[in-house]
Ligand binder design. Structure first.
Ligand code: MTE
Length: 330
């Protein structure tokens, strides 16, 4: 790369955000902890407006009648859930901006019609409409921890289906080694995609063994309703043992390949955001520690120790047995 790109949280707030928003936010945040990450309190002023926006969205979303779905008791948590108004207003979605308050901008995304391509090393490439796909998938709710590489974390109720169900539907060929996922591209609605120095579209990948792991999940709902646009509607990945940038949003394509893909952040800064990105408190990011995280809970922010594989080692550690000379935790 000729251009040295810095991610949004590495920029001074004033550079990452329009001046008016920045000035406003400074007032809101006055007195809260300083640092590159926004404090939880910043979400509160938006809560009323968001509630209305989500209610409108519920009415418009043809999948609304599918939720809530039954909770799978195998996936519950030891910690309280993050309040919905925080999880839906403090987001990363670079297509809509490199700062946290993108939820209003994300409402411009049209999520119907929405089709998903399934191609590459499969028995039969296909295009499927989101509502046809949803009708065929076994929907359930799971409570998952979510750990961003930036060292903040949330605990959220996703609804959706195991990624394994999509693999069974897609029927990959035996020589497929990786699943590659791709986000929509439309710079009319997603102005971040006009920033030519990012390698759009957003791409992420998993090995086939990771994709088939019981924890790998496609989220289509959030807090018992269709998942909001800012959180990745109509479908996003949830692989809770990995850092958040693997959790690709707004997916339009699943491709099966025998070549390891180069993901969006890996292409920008592979020495900082690698392919594997498994959570590990003992392996610092090159520029900050990962030992602790800032958990956004019902009582505000709480500092907690980071857990190996984000607490999911029992389910996933064996996936990495015998893999050598790889930066598994970067
Ligand atoms: N997916 C796309 N397409 N674009 C993004 O910028 N950001 C990632 C991930 N998925 C991102 C994305 C990052 S860095 C994180 S931490 C999570 O989304 C945040 O998910 P949330 O906003 O729903 O909590």
């Amino acid at each position: 790369m000729l251009i040295k790109i810095r991610r949004g949280w590495e920029l001074p707030e004033s550079a990452a955000t329009p001046e008016s928003v920045f000035t406003n936010r400074r007032t809101v945040l006055k007195g809260l902890a300083a640092g590159p990450l926004l404090a939880a309190g910043a979400a509160a002023p938006f809560a009323g407006g968001l509630g209305r926006a989500l209610a409108d969205e519920d009415e418009a979303d043809p999948s609304a009648h599918l939720y809530p779905v039954d909770r799978n008791p195998a996936y519950t948590l030891e910690r309280p859930l993050t309040p919905e108004d925080i999880a839906t207003t403090y987001n990363n979605y670079y297509e809509f901006g490199s700062y946290k308050e993108i939820w209003q901008k994300a409402q411009a995304l049209k999520i119907r019609p929405w089709t998903v391509e399934i191609d590459g090393l499969v028995e039969q490439p296909m295009t499927v409409a989101i509502d046809d796909l949803l009708a065929q998938m076994p929907l359930e709710e799971r409570l998952y921890r979510h750990r961003c590489v930036e060292a903040w974390s949330i605990a959220v109720p996703y609804s959706g289906f195991p990624l394994k169900a999509l693999l069974d539907f897609a029927r990959p060929l035996g020589d497929a080694k990786y699943l590659v996922m791709q986000t929509f591209e439309d710079d009319d609605v997603a102005e971040g995609q006009r920033q030519f120095w990012y390698p759009w579209p957003y791409i992420e990948g998993l090995t086939m063994a990771e994709a088939a792991n019981e924890l790998a999940f496609i989220a289509t709902g959030y807090y018992g309703k269709p998942i909001p646009k800012q959180n990745g509607a109509p479908l996003r990945l949830a692989v809770p043992w990995k850092y958040g940038f693997k959790h690709i949003k707004g997916i339009v394509r699943f491709s099966f390949t025998d070549e390891r893909p180069v993901s969006f952040w890996e292409e920008l800064a592979g020495h900082e955001y690698g392919f594997w990105a498994n959570v590990n408190p003992d392996v610092p990011h090159p520029r900050w520690s990962q030992a602790n995280e800032r958990f956004y809970g019902p009582d505000g922010q709480e500092r907690r120790p980071t857990l190996l594989h984000n607490g999911y080692a029992e389910q996933v550690a064996s996936l990495y047995d015998g893999i050598e000379n790889e930066l598994l935790y970067m």
